[in-house]
Design a protein around this ligand. Structure first.
Ligand SMILES: NC(=O)c1ccc[n+]([C@@H]2O[C@H](COP(=O)([O-])OP(=O)(O)OC[C@H]3O[C@@H](n4cnc5c(N)ncnc54)[C@H](OP(=O)(O)O)[C@@H]3O)[C@@H](O)[C@H]2O)c1
Length: 188
């Protein structure tokens, strides 16, 4: 039987590309997005026995309901985006940084905790973070903080949760809808 992979944020960009590759290699893929519309659109571009359910990781009830529908799984990939905070440290606004943590950091944490009881004991979790937390790029202190917090948490999780593997993927730049939003000043 094929292994099941949940891709949080599988409706767009790198999450959609991940779902496409995994399904073409025979995995059963379950994607999430915040609406059934974006899920259906994405599923039309994903091969095989794939499905999807709505999930907003800023909403604990939505996360719980998603994982109830998913059932057991072998791997969890967290590729969703959240509202990011760009700009120099001097100008960082605490309320913006709190929103960024509420979305990507606590969103990933909430999804991972909800998935744990459903995950195969020696399966895997993969967090997609980003280059800001390792590259010291001026104007990205807020983004670096959020992604660096996920990385720091994952190192310790890997020890606590073994034999479950906990991975960090920290890519460089990819041309995805993230950038359209970033240049409009809202970003992800
Ligand atoms: N693109 C890059 O160059 C790059 C580089 C390094 C790291 N990253 C990181 O990689 C991740 C994916 O980036 P991407 O460029 O592929 O982004 P993207 O194309 O904007 O896709 C974002 C995904 O996250 C989902 N999402 C957004 N808000 C959500 C929420 N509140 N709850 C649940 N899901 C939510 C979206 O689903 P719906 O819109 O369907 O709701 C969508 O599936 C991000 O964490 C980003 O920071 C990106």
């Amino acid at each position: 039987m094929s292994e099941t992979v949940v891709v949080i944020g599988g409706t767009s960009g790198m999450g959609l590309a991940t779902a496409q590759v995994l399904s073409s290699e025979g995995y059963r893929v379950i994607i999430s997005g915040r609406s059934q519309d974006t899920i259906n659109k994405a599923l039309s571009q994903v091969a095989g026995d794939s499905t999807g359910f709505p999930l907003d990781f800023t909403d604990a009830a939505s996360v719980a309901s998603f994982f109830e529908q998913v059932g057991s799984l072998d791997h969890l990939a967290l590729v969703g985006s959240g509202k990011a905070v760009w700009g120099n440290f001097r100008d960082l606004k605490l309320e913006d940084l709190k929103v960024a943590f509420d979305q990507k950091f606590y969103g990933f944490l909430l999804c991972t905790q909800a998935a744990l009881s459903k995950l195969r004991a020696d399966g895997s979790i993969t967090f997609v973070i980003g280059g800001a937390s390792r590259s010291a790029i001026p104007g990205t202190t807020g983004v670096a903080a959020v992604n660096g917090a996920i990385q720091a948490m994952a190192f310790t999780m890997a020890k606590e949760l073994a034999p479950l593997r906990v991975n960090i993927l920290s890519p460089g730049l990819f041309d995805t809808p993230v950038y359209d939003r970033a240049y409009q000043g809202s970003s992800c």
